[in-house]
Design a protein around this ligand. Sequence first.
Ligand code: IPE
Ligand code: IPE
Ligand code: MG
Length: 225
Amino acid sequence: MELPRHIAIIMDGNGRWAKKRLLPRSAGHREGMKRMISLSEHAFDLGVKYVTLYALSCENLSRPQEELDGLFSLFRKYFSENIARLLQKGIRLKIIGDRSLLPPDIAALSRKGEEETAAGERGTLLLAIGYGARQELLAAVNAAVRGGRELSQAEFAALLSTDGIPDPDLLIRTGKEKRLSNFLLWQSAYTELYFSDKMFPAFTNADLDRAIENYAGRERRYGKI
Ligand code: IPE
Ligand code: IPE
Ligand code: MG
C-alpha cells in the first residue's frame, strides 16, 4: 500500500466535542492534545516521514484570552513533557508559524525543543502554532521584493517556513468543516484532501489508518492524463 510520506492534519472540533459532553472547551483541547501525540506517534510507527499538525492559527489568536491561556498552558505542558520522548524516538521537531505572536516562554521552549531534537532522523514533526498561510506567503513575497529579482518556484518555496520539507501528500481535516482555514496554501497545491466528520478528540488511530487507506486508492495525476 502506498504510504503518504507527509501527512498534515487540521485538528478541528475540540470545542464542539467538549460542548456536546457539557464540558468546558478546555477539556476538548486537553483531549485533543492527547490524540495529537498518539496520532503522530502512530503515523511515524507506520513509516510516515513528516507529520504537520495545525495547532493554532494566527486567526485563533483573537479568541477570548481565557481560551488562549488554556491553550498556552497545554503548549507549555507539551514542550515540557514530550521533548524527551521525541528525542528517544528519533523525531525532529520543527515549528512553523510566527513565534513572536506567542508568549515568550513558549517561544523559548519551542526553540529549545527544536535544538534538542535537531539530530532526529526517523521523522520530522512540524507543529504549526501562530501559523497563517497568507502571512507566510506575504513574508516570502516581501523578502523576494527586497531581493529585487524574479524567483523560480523552488527559490520562492525556499522562503517559506517549510523550506526543505516535501509538500504534504495527504491533508486530513477533522471536525466536519470543508475548508483550509489559512493552512499551507502554497504547499497543498497537489495534496490529496480527506475530510472527517469526527471531532478531533474522537479521531482515533484507526481513523488515521482509514484515511491512509483511502489515500492509497487515489490516482494523483498532477494535471497529466
Ligand atoms: C481546534 O478546535 C483547535 C484550535 C483551533 C485551537 P476548535 O477550538 O476550533 O474547536 P471547534 O471548532 O470550536 O469545535
Ligand atoms: C483551523 O480551525 C485552525 C486549527 C485547527 C488550528 P478553526 O476552528 O480555527 O477554523 P475555522 O474558524 O472553522 O475556519
Ligand atoms: Mg474550529
